[in-house]
Write a protein that binds this ligand. Structure first.
Ligand code: GLN
Length: 258
């Protein structure tokens, strides 16, 4: 399982969320503390961020371990942003390698990451792929389960569904096809939305209103709260809300969210 995070708040240097925290993404690439599946995250990494006055984010993604990138420290020192989403990847066997397979995935004003696995992918997830027109499937950035989830989420977003609802719907739809781990994370630069489904997720709100959402705490300081499993987190400058995702009572195909 990968580790991912998002930040929203006052403008900060990328390094303060990506490289500096004692147990942040850099450290999590070789010594995650709470990762339930896999040991290290060395199959790629990426970070996306928003510049002032531009609603479309920039991205930087590479293959391999984040610590081996001699250029990232300079970049992360001088680039500042009020909204950041990043990930370090532990590739699932059978999923494509390469920078295109590393989160964040992006389109328009959105950034997206998936930490987890769709067991039996791709065959078992044909019903999910069928929700997306072939032309959109052909746009998949990489042959991975995560890229398929992103294609379905993006299809919902382009249909006008808001970010939290899109993630919840796709998470539930995927969960019905196999015993999947579907920890999704997305932002539009104004709000951060995440699902906890099969792995850890934490959030922290600082006194200045800044928000961190991450697979695991970046430090041993106070303020981190764990998001319960099978829960949707929706957060923006105004506050955070948690909503249970697990359906209550027996479900039928007719109840299917998509
Ligand atoms: N299955 C996804 C991939 O291979 C995510 C992997 C993970 O969470 N470790 O990229």
């Amino acid at each position: 399982m990968c580790r991912h995070f998002a930040y929203l708040g006052r403008s900060v240097a990328l390094r303060s969320v990506l490289l500096d925290p004692p147990f942040g993404p850099l450290r999590q690439s070789w010594a995650p503390r709470l990762q339930r599946h896999g040991t290290v995250n060395v199959d790629g990494y990426g970070v996306g961020w928003y510049a002032e006055g531009d609603e479309r984010p920039a991205r930087y993604r590479r293959e391999g371990p984040i610590w081996a990138d001699g250029d990232l420290a300079d970049l992360a020192r001088v680039v500042r942003s009020h909204a950041v989403l990043g990930a370090v990847r532990s590739a699932t066997p059978g999923c494509a390698p390469g920078p295109q397979a590393a989160a964040p995935f992006a389109a328009g004003r959105w950034l997206f990451s998936h930490n987890g696995i769709l067991p039996g992918w791709p065959g078992a997830f044909e019903p999910l792929a069928e929700l997306v027109p072939t032309s959109e499937l052909l746009e998949l950035e990489a042959r991975t389960d995560s890229a398929l989830l992103w294609a379905v989420v993006l299809n919902r977003l382009r249909a006008g569904v808001e970010l939290g609802k899109a993630l919840a719907e796709v998470c539930l739809a995927a969960s019905e096809l196999a015993d999947s781990r579907i920890n999704l994370l997305a932002t539009d630069g104004r709000c951060v939305v995440a699902t906890a489904w099969g792995d850890t997720l934490f959030h922290r709100r600082d006194a200045d209103g800044s928000l961190l959402v991450a697979s695991e705490p970046f430090d041993d300081g106070p303020g981190w709260s764990e998001v319960p499993d099978r829960t949707l987190l929706v957060a923006d400058a105004a506050g955070s809300a948690l909503t249970p995702l697990a359906p209550i009572g027996p479900r039928t195909r007719e109840d299917a969210p998509l």
